[in-house]
Write a protein that binds this ligand. Sequence first.
Ligand code: DGY
Length: 445
Amino acid sequence: MSVPSLPAELAALRETAVSVLRGNDLGDITRPSPTLYPHQWLWDSCFIAIGLRHLDPQRAAAEILSLLRGQWPNGMIPHVIFAETTNFYHAGPQRWRCDRVTTTAGGAQSTGVTQPPMIAEAAVRVGAMMSDSERGEFYRRLFPGLLRFHQWLYDERDPDDDGLVSLVHSWESGMDNTPTWMEITRPVAPLGVRALRRVNGDDALDALRRDSKEVPSDERLTSGDLFTLYRIVRELRRAHYNFREIRRTIVPLVQDVAFNAILVRANEHLSTIAAEIGEVIPARLRRSARRTREAMGELVVDGVYYSRDFRTRTLLRHETIAGLLPLYAGVVPEDRVDEMVKTITSPRYWSRFGVASVPLDDPNFLPRCYWQGPLWVNMNWLIADGLERYGRLDAAEDLRRNTVDVIASSEAMFEYYSPLDGSGAGSNRFSWTAALLIDLLAADH
Ligand code: DGY
């Protein structure tokens, strides 16, 4: 593969990125980070493939195809497919016990929830680096499973046929502890957590958690929140991961704005893939895809997009980065685009390092805590893509440059960065940061 000609400093940074990806490579899957996330994650693998395509398109295609190993007979592609590893993971197969309710296509163990459907986007990006015949072959292998995944999203998660799919766990959103998700999740905290919270004793749980060995606990979600997410897994397990049963439990159900925005774009890419190999998207799915596009309009008030509570149909009125992804989806009406771009580029979100996950003036803002303020390279990538497709080329370019700069100044591939000072937080050998850096440095994004 051709290596872009870069100034020495950036060439060295790219080398660091390549070595992080190599270090996290487990064959035909890439773990997001060596110790914190030692298995395969759905949307991580998609972003990773978008970077790997510049190094080896066939390896990138294998990264995407390997997600199908985890596909359930009902069509779901799980958020984590467990690898053969002895590395400890805090929410491993024992917590899910999915083998009691189903199998996976490749026999791997998995979690019982999904993650944002970035597969079609990643596939098209990888396909663009292949010859026509290689691309045709790749798409033909991917298409049947990918089609079934999109159909599952609607059949299982849009039972009322309103076009918006519902999520059953914040891990499905990929943005585990945004203020939106925590508002709806905290009321179902286990009794012990609620009791401790009343006496301000959340910290007492810190000793029990096992996800914060690599990363300081104040950069992760709070222990109380983590134990609440475990409780929801328990409820899902008892409901056999079946939406009809889950609906009857206390599990919060959210029509997540970012997930649905990504789905809008994914449906378009799925059509592109189908057209290229002479396949037809079934009429029902085409209709659902149209409905999702239209229904995004129900999530907006005064130009701000929110997620919605599936049970009560009320909007969860927190502004977060999730509400900026309708720009990536291409669903923002032309006469509202300026306003949205103004919001994104205002100091509330936009620092010289990228877009914060929670506005800086929000009372929930914490600059180094996971999805409660830090900026994320994948979010910058998605928003830059949206800005570009809406013709806001200068803003797109600034955002891409700022993203490269913040990674460069940290000299490592951090999981997320403080929007206040650009300091890195979370894991520091994080695969999608490395992969998307490689993509940003390539001439043709
Ligand atoms: C974790 O392991 O904390 C993940 O965010 C779950 O997807």
